[in-house]
Design a protein around this ligand. Structure first.
Ligand SMILES: [Zn+2]
Length: 203
């Protein structure tokens, strides 16, 4: 499974598993796309009940161990005007089992899938390339409509240029469908369009 939501929200997972007749113990691996507290909130509780291993990138994992959510840097000047964010938001302190700094195939877990490094939203953000050329990208792209200026830029990014490079990386892997953590599915064609418009505006 990927990411564990806000603190105190594990019941949502238990309900979803029950509806599908899946036992919590059948979850063997929890992939954390990045260390923001809204993705790691219920991690301890979910790890305890499932007994799954936790996989995260090296750089976000070091912060997770200390109970720190990676810095929040807003990309949208309008939102910046209205929201003042604390740079060091606390996150639950959890010790990960696997910290990666290169690709991680999921074949040992019975999946034709791979975890790849897609930095930009946080320095250690990961994406999961899954079967049928889809990608679970965490917050590498967001689909909030107006809030993300309809261009799918995450409203928070440690490095926006890295975000665009990571988008290109996913496009080059022939991914067709993007699953963002916030908002609806994004087709690769609209992401390509958005990227080419953004590149033009750089020059
Ligand atoms: Zn995030």
């Amino acid at each position: 499974m990927a990411d564990t939501g806000f603190p105190g929200k594990a019941h949502r997972l238990w309900n979803a598993l029950e509806e599908r007749n899946i036992s919590p113990e059948s979850i063997k691996l929890i992939i954390i796309t990045h260390g923001h507290f809204d993705h790691t909130g219920s991690l301890s509780e979910i790890k305890e009940k499932t007994g799954a291993l936790i996989l995260i990138s090296q750089s976000d994992g070091l912060l997770l161990k200390k109970g720190i959510s990676p810095p929040v840097i807003l990309t949208n000047k309008w939102i910046k005007k209205f929201i003042k964010l604390n740079k060091n938001i606390a996150a639950p302190q959890v010790v990960p089992d696997i910290m990666i700094d290169s690709n991680f195939p999921l074949t040992d877990y019975g999946l034709d899938a791979e975890v790849i490094h897609t930095p930009g939203h946080t320095p250690g953000s990961l994406s999961i390339i899954i079967e049928e050329r889809s990608a679970i990208v965490g917050d590498l792209a967001m689909n909030f409509g107006l809030l993300s200026r309809s261009s799918y830029i995450p409203i928070i990014a440690s490095n926006l240029k890295e975000v665009y490079k990571s988008w290109q990386k996913i496009i080059d892997m022939d991914v067709q469908t993007i699953y963002p953590a916030h908002g609806r599915i994004i087709s690769i064609d609209v992401l390509k369009n958005s990227l080419s418009k953004l590149k033009k505006s750089f020059h």
